[in-house]
Write a protein that binds this ligand. Structure first.
Ligand code: BES
Ligand code: ZN
Length: 407
């Protein structure tokens, strides 16, 4: 009997991955065919655009998602199976099925472009906060956060991990002194895992609509068996999640009173094509919110065997904001940066860019030296360095303080 049991993993590994992965995916995805995808005669163009050599089975043919692979290319309809293949081939994509017109109503061109400061200006305030950052809470939080089997956005454990995270944020908010005006809410989606938004109100009523955002994504994925494969996602993006949580904790506990409102966002469903951040960016664009700047923290914990640096993403970002982010690193962090690229739709900053808002993105190293274990069961805490995360927490604090106070 024991011998037989030992054979089970062998047997499972012999089954093609697609057979294991797809039936579970199938349950969740429903075709959404709408009018944008009809040509001028009203005839559907979906099937012309479909990649016909893909593995489309009879059942899967209905499960179509609208996928964007580049900024200037028209989106393509793909099956969920094809979408999962993109992933394994490390092709980046944005699933725009539910947000085809993101930001169309409120593009950057309609708004006055604001200039970012040339240099950091609030050293005393920033330093009083960053001196309080420690690795202690990040470590404990990441241990718990990676203990959920997966944080896949449609899974039960993805919902449980999100509820756990919400409670940690709530506890920080509840303990805040009366004069710290901070709140937290869930941003619900049509899938199980919510995004979370914590907000400091600003002191200047005239700047009430001008929001500064610091963000990370809370979901994880096992690329071979998305819905229930073990996916600790310690680095991707448990690291960013606990990094910005530490920045948030220190700001709350030390009485941060911003001038402009500052928000911390923990997105759901980044790994499914930036779904959570697109939903929120679309909502903010519809509400005509003036997002001053957004900084994404996705993978902040891996150093590997190269000298420690920040990787500052320079493609598909706001270049002026990125210059300012570099000046913050020079002023407040203990390590240098290198310029690096991540490609289109690499993380949630792309949703804000698409909606017409300035966004920036920093990662743990040069992209080519980043964590090789992501999207597998081996993305574990043991590969990470909490002191490295601390440097990103310093950057998040300085970003929030400087951009909220500046004119
Ligand atoms: N965390 C990764 C992006 C990343 C990779 C950052 C390596 C830094 C170093 C992100 O969660 C991711 O996997 N993105 C996908 C695209 C997404 C839309 C599915 C990717 O890069 O393939
Ligand atoms: Zn990620």
């Amino acid at each position: 009997m024991v011998k037989l049991l030992q054979l089970v993993p062998l047997f499972l590994s012999a089954i093609p991955v697609t057979i294991l992965a797809r039936p579970y995916e199938k349950v969740f995805h429903i075709a959404t065919l709408n009018n944008h995808h009809k040509n001028k005669d009203g005839v559907s163009t979906i099937f012309d655009e479909m990649n016909t050599d893909a593995r489309i089975t009879g059942v899967d043919e209905d499960e179509l998602r609208l996928i964007q692979l580049d900024e200037d290319e028209p989106p393509k309809w793909m099956t969920v199976g094809e979408r999962m293949d993109l992933y394994r081939k490390k092709t980046k994509f944005m699933d725009i099925t539910d947000y085809p017109d993101l930001g169309d109503s409120y593009k950057a061109a309609e708004r006055t472009r604001r200039q970012f400061p040339i240099q950091p200006q609030f050293q005393q305030e920033v330093e009083s906060f960053i001196n309080q950052l420690t690795t202690k809470h990040m470590e404990a939080n990441l241990r718990k956060f990676t203990s959920f089997r997966t944080r896949y956005y449609r899974s039960n454990t993805g919902k449980e991990s999100s509820n756990w995270l919400y409670k940690q944020i709530l506890r920080i908010v509840e303990d805040a002194e009366d004069d710290v005006d901070v709140s937290v809410r869930k941003f619900k989606h049509p899938w199980t895992q919510s995004s979370i938004i914590a907000r400091f109100e600003g002191s200047d009523p005239q700047k009430e609509n001008e929001v500064v955002i610091v963000s990370a994504h809370q979901d994880s994925v096992n690329m071979w068996i998305p819905s229930f494969g073990r996916s600790p996602g310690a680095d991707d993006d448990g690291s960013g999640t606990v990094t910005i949580l530490e920045a948030f904790r220190v700001l709350v506990e030390n009485g941060f009173k911003p001038v402009r409102p500052v928000e911390f966002h923990w997105y759901s469903a980044e790994e499914a094509g930036l779904l959570g951040s697109q939903a929120i960016a679309q909502d903010y664009a519809k509400e005509k919110k003036d997002v001053v700047a957004m900084l994404q923290n996705d993978m902040t914990g891996y150093v590997g065997n190269k000298p420690e640096t920040f990787g500052v993403i320079v493609d598909y970002v706001d270049s002026d904001l990125t210059i300012f982010v570099k000046s913050l690193i020079e002023e407040y962090a203990a390590i240098p940066y290198v310029d690096t690229k991540c490609g289109y739709a690499c993380s949630d900053h792309a949703s804000w860019r698409k909606a017409g808002y300035p966004s920036a993105f920093t990662i743990e190293t040069d992209f080519k030296d980043s964590n090789p274990y992501i999207h597998t069961s081996n993305d574990v805490i043991e590969n990470l360095d909490f002191n490295h995360m601390l440097e990103f927490a310093k950057l998040s604090v300085s970003f929030a303080v400087e951009l909220s106070y500046s004119n």
